[in-house]
Design a protein around this ligand. Structure first.
Ligand code: FES
Length: 91
């Protein structure tokens, strides 16, 4: 979805720039032109940028379905045992 109509900058573009190190709206503006014309997109662009940065820090959701797919476990993550599912016993 386009966030900045003036410069054809999408939410996906903003997330990609956030993932590559952009952390402020000014940096985003320099790289994409987002919000350098009418400015109507500034609040939404900032919101997407900050949500993506916060998700990077916490490993949480970006609010974007394709960005929130589970990643493969890292080699350093401990393996958890798989426990059997217990069904309730009749009294
Ligand atoms: S919509 Fe982004 S500058 Fe106009």
């Amino acid at each position: 979805m386009f966030v900045c109509i003036c410069n054809a900058v999408s939410d996906r573009d903003i997330r990609a720039h956030a993932e590559s190190g952009v952390s402020t709206l000014d940096e985003l503006r320099l790289r994409t032109g987002c919000s350098d014309c009418c400015g109507q997109c500034a609040d939404e662009a900032e919101e997407i940028l900050q949500a993506t940065l916060a998700a990077r820090l916490t490993g949480g959701s970006t609010g974007h379905p394709t960005q929130d797919l589970p990643s493969a476990p890292r080699e350093s993550e401990p393996k958890r045992p798989v426990l059997p599912v217990m069904s309730p016993q009749p009294a």
